[in-house]
Design a protein around this ligand. Structure first.
Ligand SMILES: NC(=O)c1ccc[n+]([C@@H]2O[C@H](COP(=O)([O-])OP(=O)(O)OC[C@H]3O[C@@H](n4cnc5c(N)ncnc54)[C@H](OP(=O)(O)O)[C@@H]3O)[C@@H](O)[C@H]2O)c1
Length: 307
């Protein structure tokens, strides 16, 4: 199986590189080799490489910057997936795409006013330009009629690159006190786990006798996050709690104060409730979904091992 992978310098794309090599021949152009904002070069690359499967974790992910860079975010997050999906449809090949909790407005609650997790069937109503561009990408893929899997995930981090985990570890070594938002709830999900379950699903596809039937039965939109939920302050506190015994902190952990989002204004509005219901994913693929604290431990152990 020949797999075209975008975004291999990003968190999820990079985590996919190694496990994917077990499954086939990987072509992973960098942005310099395939700029997704150039729609014709996407068509040209697919024609040149003739993949059997395309995996698209590449995205414009700067949520705040997207507020003022609307056209580019839309081009990369909506138009590029649309072109990829049209090519996948024309060539009768599969597409695996990643999307986000930020397609929702974060207000879903039960009668008592408690936040409840979003289902795949809930209406999306993004609060920010990033979410709007990602939702447009999801809808374009669905409308194309190509064989697809769209995995909506949340709060992605990894042991490499810039993310909430690396920011917290850097700040922990600089500051004695931190003020972190405590009224946005979601599930921190590691790029490594996302990569591993994506590969396990590709393996299920490869094991199927009839691939077209597999896509008919299993294709579609899924929520795919770690189990459990937390807020950013609790996530930061758990990072400190687990990092200290691994010697990832150079001094005692800072005191972490919770603050409301209103006290930390950002260009883009973020949903209060980012919790996604994973039961469709777990029913369909029968893969275990670890609790977010366990995924954090795996990533921190990896970080401690390499540092
Ligand atoms: N990060 C999160 O918290 C989060 C949460 C929910 C969902 N998601 C979704 O999960 C997926 C993976 O996210 P991630 O955290 O792995 O993203 P990431 O680390 O920000 O990586 C984004 C990747 O996209 C590439 N890219 C950006 N613009 C490009 C362009 N014009 N042409 C080609 N490549 C381009 C980047 O290349 P460069 O290295 O050259 O910039 C990078 O490889 C995305 O679909 C994202 O929307 C992420």
């Amino acid at each position: 199986m020949k797999i075209l992978l975008t975004g291999s310098t990003g968190q999820v794309g990079n985590a996919l590189l190694q496990p994917l090599t077990e499954l086939g021949q990987i072509i992973a152009p960098t942005r310099r080799e395939l700029d997704l904002s150039q729609l014709d070069s996407i068509r040209e690359a697919i024609a040149r490489h003739q993949p059997d499967l395309i995996i698209n974790p590449a995205a414009y992910t700067s949520v705040d910057q997207a507020e003022s860079d609307i056209d580019l975010a839309h081009r990369i997050n909506a138009l590029a997936p649309q072109v990829i999906a049209q090519e996948a449809k024309n060539r009768n090949i599969g597409l695996i795409h990643f999307s986000t909790d930020y397609v929702f407005d974060g207000n879903k609650a039960d009668h008592q006013g408690n936040w409840t997790p979003y289902l795949e069937t809930d209406s999306a109503k993004p609060l920010n330009e990033y979410g709007k561009s990602k939702l447009a990408g999801d809808l374009a893929i669905q409308a194309s009629g190509c064989q697809h899997l769209i995995f909506r995930t949340s709060w992605v981090y990894s042991s490499l690159g810039k993310n909430f985990l690396s920011s917290m570890l850097r700040l922990a070594n600089d500051k004695d006190e931190l003020r972190i938002v405590n009224d946005q709830w979601g599930a921190p999900t590691s790029a490594g786990w996302l990569a591993n379950v994506t590969c396990a699903i590709i393996q299920q596809l490869q094991n199927a006798n009839d691939k077209a039937t597999w896509w008919t039965q299993h294709g579609g939109l899924y929520h795919m996050t770690a189990a459990g939920k937390t807020n950013w302050q609790e996530f930061a506190t758990e990072i400190m709690r687990q990092s200290a015994p691994l010697n990832l902190l150079t001094k005692s952990a800072p005191v972490i104060h919770g603050i409301p989002s209103a006290d930390y204004p950002t260009p883009a509005c973020r949903p209060h409730n980012s919790s996604l219901d994973n039961s469709k994913f777990s029913r369909e693929f029968k893969l275990p979904i670890p609790i977010w604290q366990d995924l954090l431990q795996t990533v921190l152990l990896e970080k401690a091992h390499v540092s």
